[in-house]
Design a protein around this ligand. Structure first.
Ligand code: PLP
Length: 372
């Protein structure tokens, strides 16, 4: 009898581990070697070399990432932006057209606004919640539709099932940045997305000590993206592979705590418009929440200064709670007109909740709010 497939928690620990273990080592060592002895490979891409993303550390990580996302194949990159730009440039060239959600991560948005045009790639931005508005934007050259699971910092959840249906109907590649949910809370490939991307800097690694990215999907797509990455050169160093591999093992445990903590801090978010869709599709909502204070920017800055546990820093997905005003960090690159158009006020506060005890975080917020 075939045993049932392992649960995600088990795959995080055991999937992709080399058998036999090298020298019996329980933990895969770092192979800090740029190049490897020739063993009769017959093509350049098969030669073992860090930039070709095929050292033992890359291979084990790829197998683990593919297993946990239900993909045929995976690829790690030097950053989340490396995963995003390499993927887009694998399917889009001069004359091609992209449909992209309008409220994307700032780096992705500025790549599309500032670089894509110069490469001859045309972009139309779509409202994630309005599928009826997508078809009129289609062109014969449309190749790909790109969304995020939850937008930063407002946590809008697009009509994800409609994105999959739309891509299938019109023969587009569908790609989703699933950083904010992680494969623990949402499994895009099972819903029918072609490609799942992450800033592995965030939850996947979880310890705020590396920058990394990854993309998962079908083997043919991943072969195409790997070829492009091998040319662009944005490979992850083996030591960063090792740290990401280690961080992944505790992903399920950490996500449970992020989910619980953020929910404890976010009771007031219950009336959030996309809460029902999030509840239907996701196992948890992750650790990010945003809110405004009645006293605006000045009150937000006083709150951030008065908090003792959250560190004032951009990013998310680490074990420690971080707090920022997106207008000064993730969305500082937008103008005073662009931010409100995306619903981001100057005083908006974003908390990336860590895995401290929820009671301690709530008590810290209580004392800080008392000082306002
Ligand atoms: N995607 C999302 C949703 C992000 O929040 C970020 C970074 O904050 C990125 C992509 C880019 O990732 P990286 O900083 O690893 O390049």
């Amino acid at each position: 009898m075939t045993p049932p497939p392992h649960h995600l928690q088990t795959q995080l620990i055991h999937a992709g581990e080399p058998q036999p273990r090298p020298a019996g080592a329980l933990v895969l060592p770092v192979y800090q070697s740029a190049t490897f002895e020739y063993q009769g490979q017959r093509s350049y891409d098969q030669l073992r070399y860090i930039r070709l993303n095929n050292t033992p550390n890359h291979q084990a990580l790829h197998l683990k990432l593919a297993a946990i996302s239900g993909a045929e194949a995976a690829l790690v990159t030097a950053s989340g932006m490396g995963a995003i730009t390499t993927t887009l440039l694998s399917f889009l060239g001069a004359g091609d057209h992209l449909l992209a959600q309008d409220c994307l991560y700032g780096g992705t948005l500025s790549f599309l606004n500032e670089e894509a045009g110069a490469l001859g790639i045309e972009v139309d931005f779509i409202r994630g919640n309005d599928p009826a508005s997508w078809a009129p934007l289609l062109r014969p050259t449309t190749r790909l539709i790109y969304v995020e699971t939850m937008t930063n910092p407002l946590l809008e959840v697009p009509e994800l099932e409609a994105v999959v249906g739309f891509a299938r109907r019109w023969g587009l590649v569908s790609a989703i940045d699933n950083t904010f949910a992680s494969p623990v809370n949402f499994r895009p490939l099972e819903l029918g997305f072609d490609l799942e991307l992450h800033s592995a800097t965030k939850y996947l690694n979880g310890h705020s000590d590396i920058v990394a990215g990854c993309v998962m999907g079908r083997s043919a797509h991943l072969a195409q993206i790997t070829r492009r990455l091998n040319h662009l050169g944005g490979s992850l160093d083996p030591h960063a592979c090792f740290l990401l591999h280690r961080g992944l093992k505790t992903l399920a445990l950490r996500m449970r705590q992020h989910d619980e903590n953020a929910l404890a801090l976010a009771r007031f978010l219950e009336g959030h418009p996309q809460h029902q869709r999030a509840k239907r599709l996701f196992s948890g909502c992750g650790g990010v929440l945003s809110f405004e204070l009645q006293g605006g920017t000045a009150a937000a800055d006083r709150l951030i200064a008065a908090l003792e546990l959250p560190v004032s820093a951009p990013s998310l997905g680490g074990v420690e709670t971080l707090i920022t005003r997106p207008a000064t960090t993730s969305h500082a690159g937008l103008t005073l007109q662009q931010r409100p158009a995306l619903g981001i006020s100057e005083g908006l506060v974003r908390v990336a909740v860590g895995i401290e005890a929820a009671q301690d975080l709530c008590a810290d917020f209580a004392q800080a709010l008392d000082q306002l």
